[in-house]
Design a protein. Structure first.
Length: 624
């Protein structure tokens, strides 16, 4: 089976408009660059060719552009020095030979001086536009094919005529110096050519973590070496590999067209509102209506709280992955001399989200030595980030799905997410905001899935909402004035079903939930009878006796019919307790001792400040 099933450029940065249609005249096509193009011996029943033009620097990654412009400048400088030396020698020789030139000879000298001056100005005004390629698209009677004049010589016969990657899985290389590989897709009856190429080494590295397969070097394999992948480029080369949304939407189309089971997206950013946007609605649809499991990076903005990135750390339907680093990773990837315990990378983003959700769902190794593209001139590279934790998670889930499929067992995204969260391994000394439900344990999740199959409610998910906090997904007490009194909130639990579910399943749905609380500063009932319409219960959170710092608690709700399977939903509760500063002397001094990787939090609030200072402290001084 092929490793890469399909290649798609969702960003549009590789698009080439090919609406200009011409036929061969006297054996040549007049290309849009102005070059005369000589077609190869191809089948083209119509005789028509769609022509386009593409600048290399529009598709080459910035790192490759820097390398190529450097090499091209070296060649330019060498040739320029040679021509300048010839021009200067010619002028000096003329002056030596003709000390008293005639009027006609003066005109010759002016010409020699002009040549030298022009060469000098060319060097001063040097600007490299890069290669500019002619692109030709034609129909061979069966498939649309595209040819790119990669060597800019007009001879198309020495170029590879390729069709859509998914049809024949063909690819080519622009040249031996760049070693930049590409494939093509052709759309709109030949009027649009898409040159599919990477915008950096990030995607190759991520794909390698998931599914690299080295039959002769199994130690280099990815987590799921037998997995097949559909590669979708969402980073736009023209804007430094950022993504504005259309790439993700087109990627979801490719997921459905190729009937993918899993999505990994090692991309993200900040979001003003968690779990809300047009793209989040599309992500919800792909997961909840089409049954595709979606893993995404939680972000690299830690260790501050509420730094979980979008969409991985802020969207309920996705599995947001945080990044751990093990003692073995420290040794092998960072050549550390001292052996330290497994922990979370300090830069791995933390929850809670601004609406109280935990944010990080699961954690996995956030660093790897994995493949990178040939144009980087190395076989692999070491990278770290939650971008690496997400494919570690995705690869682990791929193994679970492979096992389930081999046993003929069904699954849903909700079932798999519940399995990995209820079997994760906590890291000692690591806060819940960072690691989520712990480190992914594929072995434990596999045992869980076998033990708790079949399960009649696998297609049901549970929404947690706090109406008194604008429908927040948890209770988050962060402001100082929220610490002065107990907070009592109504918490709603609503079962959600797939759009195509039979209504009888809703009628038959009922669950007796055994509620449990893991902190004495939270009070909740111990039972909830749940049906398809949803139910709510009251929760009391009393933060007044908590010491300064960040505190986390959960109300868990396992199915009373299968309590050993763990919770079907969780209500996250976070309290950020500030340092209690006396109004007469709002200062404090403290000596802190740290071990490697340890995080300690201190916060200052104005809840007890004099009335004159209720709007905030006049001066906040920190001495380290």
């Amino acid at each position: 089976k092929p490793k890469i099933v399909d290649l798609v450029d969702g960003s549009g940065s590789g698009d080439v408009t090919t609406t200009t249609v011409r036929e061969v005249e006297d054996g040549v096509l007049q290309g849009l660059t102005g070059r005369e193009l000589r077609p190869g011996k191809w089948k083209n029943p119509s005789g028509e060719y769609h022509l386009g033009i593409k600048a290399a620097w529009e598709i080459y990654p910035r790192a490759l552009v820097r390398r190529m412009t450097g090499k091209r400048r070296e060649r330019w400088d060498a040739e320029h020095r040679e021509h300048t030396a010839v021009a200067r020698d010619a002028l000096l020789a003329f002056d030596a030979k003709t000390p008293s030139p005639t009027e006609a000879e003066l005109r010759d000298r002016v010409e020699l001086q002009a040549r030298l001056t022009l060469l000098e100005k060319m060097q001063e005004n040097y600007d490299d536009p890069g290669p500019v390629f002619d692109c030709v698209v034609f129909h061979d009677g069966k498939h649309w094919r595209a040819v790119i004049d990669t060597d800019e010589d007009g001879d198309l016969g020495d170029e590879k005529a390729m069709t859509n990657y998914r049809v024949a899985r063909e690819w080519a290389t622009f040249d031996a110096e760049s070693l930049y590989n590409f494939a093509v897709n052709i759309y709109e009856d030949g009027d649009l050519l898409s040159i599919v190429s990477d915008c950096g080494s990030h995607g190759t590295h991520v794909a390698g973590i998931v599914a690299a397969n080295y039959p002769d070097r199994p130690e280099m394999n990815g987590i799921a070496p037998g997995a097949q992948i559909v590669a979708v480029k969402i980073g736009d080369t023209r804007i430094g590999s950022s993504s504005m949304g259309p790439g993700q939407a087109r990627g979801l189309v490719a997921v459905l067209e190729n009937r993918c089971d899993l999505i990994n997206m090692s991309y993200g950013g900040s979001s003003p509102l968690p779990n809300a946007s047009h793209m989040v609605k599309l992500y919800d649809e792909i997961v909840n209506d089409h049954g595709v499991i979606f893993v995404a990076s939680a972000g690299n903005s830690g260790p501050a709280l509420s730094t979980a990135g979008s969409p991985g750390g802020t969207s309920s339907s996705l599995i947001g992955a945080g990044a751990t680093v093990s003692a073995e990773m420290m040794r092998a990837q960072y050549s550390m001399r001292e052996k330290l315990p497994d922990t979370q990378y300090t830069w791995s983003s933390r929850g809670p989200t601004t609406d109280g959700d935990l944010g990080v769902d699961i954690s996995a190794p956030g660093g790897a030595i994995a493949p990178v593209p040939n144009w980087s001139l190395q076989p692999n590279g070491q990278k770290n980030g939650t971008s690496m934790a997400a494919p570690s998670t995705c690869g682990g889930i791929a193994l679970l799905l492979s096992g389930l499929r081999a046993k003929g067992l069904e699954w849903t995204p909700q079932l798999v997410k519940r399995a990995i969260q209820n079997t994760g391994q906590d890291l000692p000394g690591v806060e819940r905001f960072a690691m989520g439900r712990g480190v992914l344990r594929v072995d434990r999740a596999w045992e869980w899935l076998q033990k708790h199959q079949p399960y009649s409610k696998t297609g049901v998910r549970f929404d947690v909402s706090v109406p008194g906090r604008a429908g927040a997904r948890g209770i988050y007490l962060r402001e100082p004035d929220e610490q002065l009194r107990p907070a009592e909130e109504n918490v709603g639990i609503t079962p959600r079903f797939r759009n195509n579910v039979d209504n009888h399943e809703k009628v038959d749905f009922q669950m007796e939930v055994a509620l449990a609380v893991d902190a004495d500063w939270v009070q909740a009932p111990d039972v909830l009878y749940l049906h398809a319409g949803g139910r709510s219960f009251r929760v009391l959170v009393d933060p007044r006796e908590l010491p300064p710092g960040a505190h986390y608690a959960e109300i868990t709700g396992p199915d009373g019919a299968d309590p050993s399977a763990g919770p079907v939903f969780r209500v996250p509760i976070t309290v950020i307790r500030p340092q209690d500063l006396p109004s007469h002397d709002p200062t404090w001094t403290e000596t802190l001792d740290f071990t490697p990787g340890e995080i300690q939090r201190r916060g200052a609030g104005a809840a007890h400040a004099p009335a004159a200072h209720q709007d905030g402290a006049e001066v906040l001084g920190v001495v380290i």
